[in-house]
Design a protein around this ligand. Structure first.
Ligand code: 6GU
Length: 229
């Protein structure tokens, strides 16, 4: 799987060289590249934004650099790619979205800043035969640009790719869990810490009882978070 990120802040993605994802890139289980949008911006000032038609606060990213940058990605790669526009107006990203995107050969992120990208860019590429286009939000709050959302999405997708996670059993356990997440409380040594004991059942060696306990504990936790208990 290849990840391409188009951004005015390529440095934002430095953390991807750390940890499991960094290792996966090193051993070529993943390919990762950034493209600096300013390379496609005109003039000495390399400006990528302008004032909004119709007035209002803030600036809007101009369509031309985006068109040129995305066209370059298309010309340097073959076949169909998934083009992701992180936007608070998108559909909310979840584990199902991550699983679906993890079947792609090439994920391209178009990270907007300011008040967003000129809407004609999405309209234009939605109709492109080599592009599956996605507008994705990472939750009901606003952050300053698509970069943080792209980082989150890349991490959620990359860990589903074979060879990225050290112990693939942890993925299996997640997908067997009905909610698709590991949500039971976990414990390690010592068995008693500051007077707090690890639940006896986890020391029992009874795998059936442990499974049942974990399922119930996960439900309780979820219920408590949703204010039902
Ligand atoms: Cl994808 N972008 C921005 N700017 N804010 C967000 C978001 C994305 N998802 C939630 N909030």
């Amino acid at each position: 799987m290849k990840f391409t990120v188009i951004t005015i802040f390529p440095e934002y993605f430095a953390p991807l060289s750390l940890s499991l994802i960094g290792k996966a890139i090193e051993k070529e289980a993943l390919e990762f590249e950034t493209i600096d949008l300013r390379k496609f911006a005109p003039g000495n000032r390399r400006s990528v934004d302008d004032t909004p038609y119709g007035g209002g606060a803030g600036m809007v990213m101009s369509p031309e650099p985006w068109g040129d940058a995305i066209d370059e990605v298309l010309s340097k790669n073959e076949g169909v790619l998934d083009l992701v526009f992180p936007t608070p107006a998108g559909s909310v990203f979840n584990q199902r979205t991550a699983e679906s995107l993890s079947t792609s050969n090439h994920l391209v992120f178009a990270c907007g800043r300011y008040e967003g990208i000129d809407a004609r860019v999405v309209d234009f590429y939605r109709a492109h035969l080599r592009i599956r286009l996605h507008e994705i939000s990472i939750g009901d709050y606003v952050i300053n640009g698509g970069e943080g959302a792209a980082l989150v999405t890349i991490e959620a997708v990359a860990r589903l790719i074979p060879g990225v996670i050290g112990n693939p059993d942890s993925l299996l356990e997640e997908s067997h869990n009905e909610i698709g997440e590991v949500e039971y409380p976990v414990y390690t040594k010592p068995a008693i810490w500051r007077g707090l004991a690890v639940p006896d059942v986890l020391l029992s060696g009874n795998h059936g009882a442990i499974q049942n306990w974990r399922r119930d504990a996960a439900r309780k936790r979820k219920g408590a978070q949703n204010g039902r208990e």
